[in-house]
Each structure stands twice: as C-alpha cells, then as structure tokens.
Design a protein. Sequence first.
Length: 181
Amino acid sequence: MQLQLDRDSGVPLGTQLTWRLRSAIERGEPAPGDKLPSLRDAASAAGVNVNTVRAAYAKLESAGVVTTEQGRGTFVARAAGDESDRRSGLRDEIARLEAELVSLPLLPHSGAESSGRGARLLSVEELEAARDLLAERVAELRGARAEIVERLRDERRGTPAPRTPARRSSSSRAGARVRWT
C-alpha cells in the first residue's frame, strides 16, 4: 500500500493520508479483516507524525471503514452482517439506551455489582438481551414520567387528580426503587 503524500499540495497531509488509505481499502488492498500498518510504520511510510496517522485512522473508524481493537491494532472493517458488526451495532444501541436511562428523571443511580469474574466478550445473544432489557426499562420510565407530568399539569389547571395512595413504590427490574407521590 502506497502512503507517499504530496507535500506541495494545498491539501493537508492528514486529509491526503485519509483519502489514500480509504481508496486503498476500497480497492481491496488491504482486504476486509486485514490489519493496517501500526501507527509508527504508517507514519514512517508516509513521512508524517504518528499523531497525523492516529487522526486519519480515527476518521476512518468514525466512518466505519476500519475498526480498532485496543492492544491488537486497526483492521479493515468486515462486510455488513458480519458478527463483529452486529456486536458493534448492539453495543452502540446499548450505549444510547444507557445514556437515555441516565438522563431520565426518577432513576436513582445504581452502581454495577461486580460478579467477581474477569472481563469477557459478551455473545450477540447476551448483547441483544441487554439491549431489550434497557429498551423495556426506558419505555417503562417514559410512561411513568408521562403520567407524572400529566398529573402535574392537571393540578396546575385545577383539575383534581385521580385519588391514589399517598405513597407507594414499585421496584424496577434493575433493583432501583422509584418513589411515586
């Protein structure tokens, strides 16, 4: 793979490098799943700083062209439908749902309990189950919040709210307790 850049061009070296890498990957050299040169090797071949290569790899990763595995390197992304792509998509969905859960009111922060086991890669089925559980919890909390907001609107308008017990609580699937008034 040729990584020589045109220093006389008006295009920044990092942009040229990103374009060169992307076009090589689109031509199939390297092929999906192949490892890209290390940051130092690519920087040496292109005649640029390691940080320039790091930025180019980051741009390609954000575009989904490559994937980076900490401690292993940067690899050309595999075709859609590949298990690693499914895994990545599920992790993204889980992260989005977790972020939404954290931003929702009425959810006390609960720390993750340690299982005492070392870290391991979750299976696709486990990731799907986690996603489904988080989506269900987000839907429950959205509904509960909507009921509370409606009750508050009714109270502000002077419409009496339906009579409910003064305090009751319901436990969520995550073990958190949501207090209703």
